[in-house]
Every structure is written in C-alpha cells, then in structure tokens.
Design a protein around this ligand. Sequence first.
Ligand code: AMP
Length: 123
Amino acid sequence: MAETERSIFSRIIAGEIPADVVYDSERLIAFRDIAPQAPVHLLIVPKTEQYRDVVELAAGDPGLLAELVATAKKLADEHSDGDFRLIFNTGEGAGQTVFHVHAHILSANDRGSTLEEGRLAQL
Ligand code: AMP
C-alpha cells in the first residue's frame, strides 16, 4: 500500500506517530483517543489494515473480533469499573473517519458514576 494510503492507525502501530498506548499484543493495540468524548475513551485497533470496518472484520476474521471484545472488557476493568460502551462507527454517514477497523471503548472512570446516554450521538 502506498505511503499516502496508510491509515493514521497504521502509522501509530508502526511507531511513526506518538500515541498514549495502553495495550499492545500480537494482533491488537489500544491507545487513548486524542479527542476524548468520555472520562475513559480508548480506541482498540487490529494491527492488520486488511479490514475497513467491523462488518468486514466479522466476515473475515471472527476470532479477531472476539479477541477485540474480550480485550475491551479487560481494558474497561483496568481503566474503570468494568462497564463500558463499545462503538464501531461504520461508514461515513455514521461518523467513521478512519477506515481501518477500530472500536471506541467509552466508560465512566469510577464506580457509581454513569456514562451519559447522549455520548452515543456525539461520536
Ligand atoms: P471514527 O470517527 O470512528 O473513525 O474514529 C476515529 C477516532 O480517531 C476519532 O475519535 C479521533 O479523535 C481519533 N484519532 C484520530 N487521530 C488520532 C491520534 N493521532 N491519536 C489518537 N486518536 C486519534
């Protein structure tokens, strides 16, 4: 793939752009969103840039999607009280801006506080 076509997430994975990385494994990376929309706002991203969105990922590698979801839970346990919202913006009309599949992990950061429902529409 040409340099200009690589996603910003591929450049973070390659270490070309700095990010606040909170998880790094063979197939996944997670880092803090640069423009947080909730007290805890992480992005979890498959390292492969083969899949544009979650529909392609589910069809092409359901095991990797399951690993992503399990890792999102682990990160929510580590960074908040374990409750979280997992969002895959899918398509421009739904607000997707980076066409390298990723999930937003949104969470309140302490026990007893609740994520505002309105956050759903802001992403
Ligand atoms: P989406 O709109 O679902 O495609 O999500 C893309 C997300 O990537 C947005 O929430 C951006 O704030 C976030 N983002 C873009 N560039 C960076 C970056 N360099 N580091 C961390 N997050 C980023």
